[in-house]
Design a protein around this ligand. Structure first.
Ligand code: NAD
Ligand code: UDP
Length: 311
């Protein structure tokens, strides 16, 4: 059945793939974005589709539309961008969630929140499962994002408990792929762009901190599958690839794949940069029968190909 689906942050990296996949599945898609970190070029190939509508709007302002489902992705995801205007980042997560939950309540739509592994902060438990409550510094440089997303989770669960809004909280771990901005500031795009230009690759700290990287196609499949679960399943649900790598390993891998002449140099570690991160995805395996299928080497090759084509 054709559904009307609102995707906030739809012109961003993940949002653009989500819009595309929802259209491929025969739905009508409303893509809402204020173009802070998103770009028209991410969705330009969708503009001719009569079932796709692009709306310039900021989620911190109320918005009304008739829809069956809402994916709430609006929020800058790169530490560089979410720290540019921290108050706005908090407003986007908190006021954006209030506005979208209010809309969902009014039109009786199902709503999915793009939450994040950042709710675990600099975790003391490893790998992180959904029952761990995290270790977040509420006044640190990353707090505007982490606490904004934590507050959003709280809003979502309370709209469910108090108002029976059909909610899904998805905790997304680091995801990468083609269509990330060349100046996005996150590690995979930074390293690939530097490697392709044979410029120094800047590793923050000693590079022993770890992350686990999920390819975008796997992520989008998981998101849609979670939205399709019965109404009593609210999450939070971790989703990501659990293969863990140190940042220095990532730098070396990217140099090898690109055949780059780049040197690795070391810069200071930003405040509160999590030292370890890897998702426990047993719940995702059970609830949505989901497992990432694209390993890092394959995903990086696709991503390198993309950046070669745009640089
Ligand atoms: P992105 O920065 O490419 O996309 C975010 C989109 O939201 C952009 O198009 C931006 O213009 C838009 N936006 C920002 N503020 C807005 C506002 N106030 N009103 C309307 N639109 C606004 O980042 P992404 O990687 O595609 O992330 C999408 C979502 O997934 C974010 O909510 C992010 O927190 C979450 N997430 C992503 C990752 C990841 O690794 N990619 C990890 C965890 C969580
Ligand atoms: N990082 C790095 N060099 C860069 C960008 C990031 O060493 O040019 C490190 C960063 O300090 C962090 C990891 O890579 O430890 C992942 O950073 P990213 O900004 O991609 O995401 P997040 O920290 O939010 O997971």
């Amino acid at each position: 059945m054709k559904k009307r689906v609102l995707v906030t942050g739809g012109a961003g990296f993940l949002g653009s793939y989500l819009c595309e996949e929802l259209l491929n599945k025969g739905n009508e898609v409303f893509c809402l974005d204020n173009f802070f970190t998103g770009h028209k070029k991410n969705i330009i190939h969708l503009l001719d589709n009569p079932y796709f509508e692009l709306i310039r709007h900021d989620v911190t302002m109320p918005f009304y539309i008739e829809a069956d489902e809402i994916y709430n992705l609006a929020c800058p995801a790169s530490p560089v961008y979410y720290q540019l205007n921290p108050i706005k980042t908090i407003k986007t997560s908190v006021m954006g969630s209030v506005n979208m939950l209010g809309l969902a309540k009014r039109i009786k739509a199902k709503i999915l929140q793009a939450s994040t592994s950042e709710v675990y902060g600099n975790p003391e438990e490893h790998p992180q499962n959904e029952n761990y409550h995290g270790k977040v510094n509420p006044i640190g440089d990353r707090a505007c994002y982490d606490e904004g997303k934590r507050c959003a989770e709280s809003l979502f669960i309370n709209y469910y408990r108090q108002n029976n809004v059909k909610i899904k909280i998805l905790r997304i771990f680091n995801t990468y792929g083609p269509r990330m901005s060349a100046n996005d500031g996150r590690v995979i795009s930074n390293f690939i762009v530097s490697a392709l230009k044979n410029k120094n690759i800047e590793v923050f700290g000693d590079g022993s901190q770890t992350r686990s990287f999920c390819y975008v196609d796997d992520m989008i499949k998981g998101m849609i599958r979670f939205m399709d679960t019965p109404d009593n399943i609210t999450g939070p649900l971790n989703i990501g690839n659990s293969q863990e790598y140190s940042i220095i390993e990532i730098a070396e891998k990217i140099i090898e794949i690109t055949g780059s002449r780049s040197k690795i140099i070391f810069k200071s570690l930003p405040e509160d940069d999590p030292l370890k991160r890897s998702p426990d995805i047993s719940e995702a395996r059970k609830t949505i029968d989901w497992n990432p299928e694209i390993d890092l080497d394959e995903g990086l090759k696709q991503t390198v190909k993309y950046f070669e084509s745009i640089i």
